[in-house]
Design a protein around this ligand. Structure first.
Ligand code: MG
Length: 370
């Protein structure tokens, strides 16, 4: 792209949030708000300046937001159209990238394609072809099929040459729900850029559930400890009656250790050896459930929380099945997860391997965090 070309990202953060009962734009999703996520996508997609259209509810948040580019903050209007108009007036650019902050899963690639299209053709309006069958019901109850071939669902960003969109807004009357409609009314023909299903607008609680699924991350963990005489056997925070126990610096709870590493992996955090080193006397004989609680805290600091844990104990003896419900109960209270989201199982190795010969007990786990 031309170095001297100014591309202003206009981020609409002024929509009323009342429909959700809380501010959807300022609620952290895995540690980042919709406003931050949208801003980062615009920046990564190639804008050179930012204009935030805010309301009284979002102004303070946007003012303290760390922004890597020159930015202006303008007052949004009562309608989307007024907000865009105010932002356009404040923008000093060749290309205007108008984006709803609530579409916070837009990819930088889509932003970039819409900018390139606007440079070349005057506009780059992100839209998706309709793939579902569409029916229209009239007032009398009659139903007709609407041919879907030429139907599009509009998304954002909607990107335009600045002069053209400014002129479209100057000619506008009434209140349009998107910029493209005004652009067409002003006599221009928009050029579409293909959007994505993930580029949805956070509007309803179901959208937040969808956002959680998109942001879920996974990790795996594995641990082994030696079985010796004279130690207690603790698994999942539960002491099992057995003639041997696991050897280790802490209480050697392999199951909890494997789960901790899985959670840390899902959160892209350093592993337990790094967090709770063997060399640190503070962890001698440590209750691993307390350490697990610290892992949950470390995730919370990143805006993450456990979503699901599945773990398997590998041991020849003792029989694990009778103890699994108690382990699940204890893990559930520390993880802050319902027991239904903690799956525990156990297997022998049929007398083979070190587990099978009773030399050790191992555990493996997979965890997801949101
Ligand atoms: Mg261990």
């Amino acid at each position: 792209m031309d170095e001297t070309r100014r591309v202003a990202g206009i981020l609409l953060c002024a929509g009323s949030a009342q429909r959700m009962g809380f501010d959807k734009l300022q609620t952290p999703l895995a540690g980042k708000t919709a406003i931050q996520r949208s801003m980062e996508a615009l920046v990564a997609g190639g804008v050179t300046d930012l204009v935030f259209a805010v309301n009284d509810g979002t102004r303070a948040f946007v003012e303290q937001l760390r922004c890597p580019l020159p930015r202006r903050i303008v007052r949004g209007g009562d309608t989307r159209q007024q907000s865009v108009q105010n932002a356009l007036r404040a923008a000093d650019c060749h290309i205007a990238v108008i984006h709803d902050a609530a579409r916070c899963f837009v990819s930088p690639q889509i932003v970039r394609r819409s900018i390139e299209s606007a440079i070349r053709y005057g506009s780059g309006v992100v839209a998706l072809p309709v793939t579902d069958t569409v029916l229209r019901q009239d007032e009398a109850g009659g139903v007709a099929v609407v041919p879907r071939e030429h139907l599009y669902r509009m998304q954002t960003p909607q990107t335009f040459r600045y002069e053209e969109i400014l002129r479209s807004y100057a000619l506008a009357d009434g209140s349009a729900t998107d910029d493209c409609s005004l652009y067409i009314a002003a006599g221009y023909t928009p050029r579409f850029v293909e959007g994505a299903e993930d580029n949805f607008k956070l509007t309803t609680p179901a959208d937040f559930a969808r956002a959680e699924r998109l942001l879920t991350r996974y990790g795996t963990g594995f641990d082994t400890h030696r079985l010796v005489e004279g130690r207690r056997l603790i698994l999942g925070g539960v002491e099992l009656p057995f003639e041997k126990g696991l050897l280790g610096h802490s209480d050697a709870d392999v199951l909890t250790h494997a789960i901790m590493d899985a959670l840390l992996g899902a959160g892209s955090l350093p592993d337990i050896g790094h967090l709770f080193p063997d060399s640190d006397p503070a962890y001698a004989g440590a209750d691993s459930l307390v350490l697990l609680g610290r892992v949950v805290d470390a995730l919370a600091e990143k805006g993450l929380r456990p979503a699901h844990v599945s773990a398997e104990i590998i041991a020849q003896r003792p029989k694990m099945a009778p103890h699994l419900p108690a382990m699940r109960e204890r893990l559930s209270s520390v993880l802050g997860l319902p027991a239904s989201e903690i799956a525990l199982s156990a297997t022998t190795t049929e007398g083979m391997n070190d587990e099978g010969r009773g030399l050790c007990i191992s555990a493996q786990a997979i965890a997801s965090v949101f």
